[in-house]
Ligand binder design. Structure first.
Ligand SMILES: *Cc1c(COP(=O)(O)O)cnc(C)c1O
Length: 400
């Protein structure tokens, strides 16, 4: 485990508003004035610190939030986007052209999977899905056209931990970019420090944490962010997934409590995972000693934020999973809803969405069952109350 270096954390980062406001002013402008035409021409040519042109390109509040996210991920630079998918699609389309190839983990977020499988082939970009737990399979899939290896630090829905240091060695040898979606584990895992080139977040989830908006970000080198925002050729500039200023301001304020929230999500999830395991339920949680990735996550994670708030259990069949989720909602354990990182516990059944495209035999070998229930554990002050309620539901449908 690594100590989180406070000199790079957002808590060692001071910004002031126009009048010394502790929260920087919200940018309420789409366009910006110039002192003379020459200065405007200069900005078209190259970025000028503190000088803004048009809000689809940059504006002050989006810059403040981006800088804070760069501190969070210890990257040179960052850019915020209107959604996690906006961050993912812009990153891929900035790097890849027709004829290029991507190697991706086979269990990834449903929207990313659909973008890779159904959308990118229209542009002649080929994606090969592999088991990222199998380093040999990654090496074997590399061709001279491979531009990106893509994975999630903790994957959806089985919570497999990606060996970022080992995969980054493979990627660097072949000059391939390693792109990591860190949505499930902000603060907990720092992919850039472990060798990733680009980190993506759906800020819709833990980073914002209030389930009131959709947003994303891309953290990487100055060069890559400059490429994305290039006025004449950049993917975010030209595809236009710009985050609204008012949202950027509210996300920045929520970011300030991220470390406390992550600790509590993790503490509650570890408690429930441990208790479920004792009851004989099949649990997927990387913080359990019995988990296949327990040693790996301990070797790469930052100290003090736990193993994350995401967990899955196997209810055996889709019917049992549905009954369990219905009863848990009635018992006020939380909400039957997709998404994650909310103060309330959320649960859904991934077996009928993302993973349905994976051949049945393969699903079985991966441990992906139709009865899987994925949880985003909430910030309950006393998680034992939720545990007693869940236990009651499990008993009623004869799972314990
Ligand atoms: C939700 C999610 C996304 C997509 O983000 P949006 O903000 O919904 O566009 C990408 N990756 C992961 C892991 C997610 O959970």
């Amino acid at each position: 485990m690594k100590k989180f270096d406070p000199s790079t954390s957002i808590h060692d980062y001071l910004v002031f508003g126009e009048f010394g406001d502790v929260n920087p002013s919200v940018t309420d402008s789409s366009t910006f004035t110039f002192i003379n035409p020459q200065r405007m021409e200069d900005l078209f040519d190259h970025e000028i610190e503190g000088c803004f042109l048009y809000s689809r390109h940059w504006n002050p509040i989006n810059k403040y939030l981006s800088n804070a996210l760069a501190r969070l991920e210890d990257s040179e630079s960052a850019q915020v986007t209107a959604s996690g998918m906006g961050a993912i699609s812009s990153t891929i389309l900035d790097i890849c052209s027709t004829g290029d190839e991507i190697i991706s983990g086979r269990t990834i977020y449903g929207g990313t999977y659909a973008f890779f499988k159904n959308f990118l082939p229209r542009f002649g970009i080929k994606v090969t899905f592999v088991d990222l737990q199998n380093l040999k399979a990654i090496e074997n899939a590399i061709t001279d056209k491979t531009k990106i290896i893509y994975g999630e630090s903790i994957s959806n829905p089985l919570l497999e931990v990606t060996d970022i240091p080992a995969i980054s060695i493979i990627a660097k040898k072949k000059k391939i970019k390693l792109v990591i979606d860190n949505t499930f584990s902000p603060m907990i895992i720092s992919p850039i420090r472990l060798g990733a080139d680009i980190v993506i977040h759906s800020m819709t989830k833990f980073i914002n944490g209030t389930s009131d908006c959709v947003a994303g970000c891309i953290c990487s080198t100055h060069d890559f962010i400059a490429s994305l925002t290039d006025i004449n050729s950049g993917a975010t500039m030209l595809l236009g997934p710009v985050l609204d200023s008012y949202r950027a301001a509210s996300i920045l304020k929520n970011l300030h409590s991220l470390h406390i929230r992550m600790k509590k999500h993790s503490e509650n999830a570890l408690f429930l995972a441990t208790e479920f395991e004792k009851l004989g339920i099949k649990v997927f949680y990387p913080g359990l000693r019995s988990n296949k990735n327990f040693d790996l996550i301990n070797s790469i994670m930052n100290e003090g934020f736990g193993y994350g708030g995401m967990m899955a259990i196997d209810a055996g069949s889709y019917e049992k999973a549905s009954a369990l989720m219905t009863r848990m909602q009635e018992e006020k354990v939380g909400y039957l809803a997709v998404s994650l990182g909310y103060f309330k516990t959320l649960f859904s059944s991934p077996g009928h969405s993302t993973s349905s495209e994976i051949p049945e035999e393969e699903q079985k070998s991966m441990g992906l069952s139709e009865g899987l229930v994925r949880f985003s554990i909430g910030l309950d002050n006393d998680i034992t109350i939720a545990f007693e309620r869940i236990k009651k539901c499990l008993k009623e449908i004869n799972l314990i």
